[in-house]
Structures are given as structure tokens and as C-alpha cells.
Design a protein around this ligand. Structure first.
Ligand SMILES: [Zn+2]
Length: 161
């Protein structure tokens, strides 16, 4: 059943690699340039899934980014938000080693107790922190034929696909 779900999920994710033009807002006030498409494997509740994403590099900041990662909630992470929630719930209910084993069996992935601990503790710290407002995306949509505001607040909004 997990294989079937993954067989449906992967083509859906592959349909949009997140290319938003030759330049993308780096998030720090600069324009990052498109470099290439790069693969990233993330753990999901359906098992590991490999994404192909447009990769941008900001020369001023010296770091890279994939806008698609932000849209999927996996920027700087290798765990989908759904798998992260599953891990958090399991880690709250049983010791980390047992939680990792449970999540591994449910999602068909390999998860160590240490990774379950780090995830649960990081999410716990984030939940305990005061809420921060997310910075507004300042770069307009650059996709040809699209209104310049179609994806400035939600890069994966259906209007921008
Ligand atoms: Zn930058």
C-alpha cells in the first residue's frame, strides 16, 4: 500500500521542480541565480521520495536554496511535515528508540532513535518559542504569462503552476 501511495506521490511532486525563472529571492534581500536541477530524498509517511528541484545560489550570501523545498515545508530538512508530526507523536508516547522503530515500520523508512530524539526536541523547542511572523516574500512571480502577484505569498499556489 505504501508503494502505491508513493507511486502516486512521486509523479505529482515531479510535475513542478520549482523553477521560478533565472533569479529567485534568497530571503535576505538579494537575487539568487538559477544553477541547475538537484535531487533531494526526503522521508515521508509513504516512505522515501526523491524530489528534483530547481537550485539557486546567492553569491552575496554564499548559500543555495530551492524554492520548492520551502513550498513543501522541507527547506533544510529531510523529513516531510507529515512524517515529522508522526515522529513527534510517537516520541511523545514512547521512548525515542521505540518511537523510531514504530515510525520506521509505519512509514517504511529507516529512522534511528537519535534522529527521532533530535526531531522531537527541535519541534518541541519551536512549539515553545514565541510565535514569529514569517517574512513576506518580496520578489514578484517571474513565470511567463502569470500575474506578478500569483505566487508571491505562496510559491506553490495552484495559480502559479
Ligand atoms: Zn542572499
Amino acid at each position: 500500500m505504501l508503494e502505491l501511495g508513493r507511486a502516486v506521490l512521486e509523479p505529482l511532486l515531479a510535475a513542478d521542480a520549482g523553477y521560478i525563472g533565472p533569479r529567485a529571492d534568497c530571503g535576505h534581500g538579494h537575487q539568487a541565480g538559477f544553477v541547475s536541477y538537484r535531487d533531494k530524498t526526503i522521508g515521508t509517511v509513504l516512505g522515501p521520495v526523491t524530489l528534483r528541484r530547481a537550485w539557486y545560489h546567492c553569491a552575496e550570501c554564499g548559500h543555495g536554496l530551492a524554492p520548492r523545498d520551502a513550498g513543501l515545508g522541507v527547506a533544510g530538512d529531510t523529513m516531510s511535515p507529515g512524517l515529522a508530526r508522526m515522529t513527534d507523536r510517537a516520541a511523545a508516547a514512547v521512548p525515542f528508540g521505540a518511537a523510531a522503530k514504530l515510525v520506521s515500520e509505519l512509514a517504511g523508512i529507516r529512522l534511528t532513535g537519535e534522529r527521532a530524539r533530535r526531531r522531537a526536541e527541535a519541534d518541541g523547542r519551536a512549539a515553545a518559542a514565541p510565535p514569529r511572523s514569517r517574512p513576506a516574500r518580496s520578489s514578484p512571480c517571474r513565470r511567463p504569462g502569470r500575474p506578478r502577484t500569483c505566487c508571491t505569498s505562496a510559491p506553490t499556489a495552484p495559480a502559479c503552476r
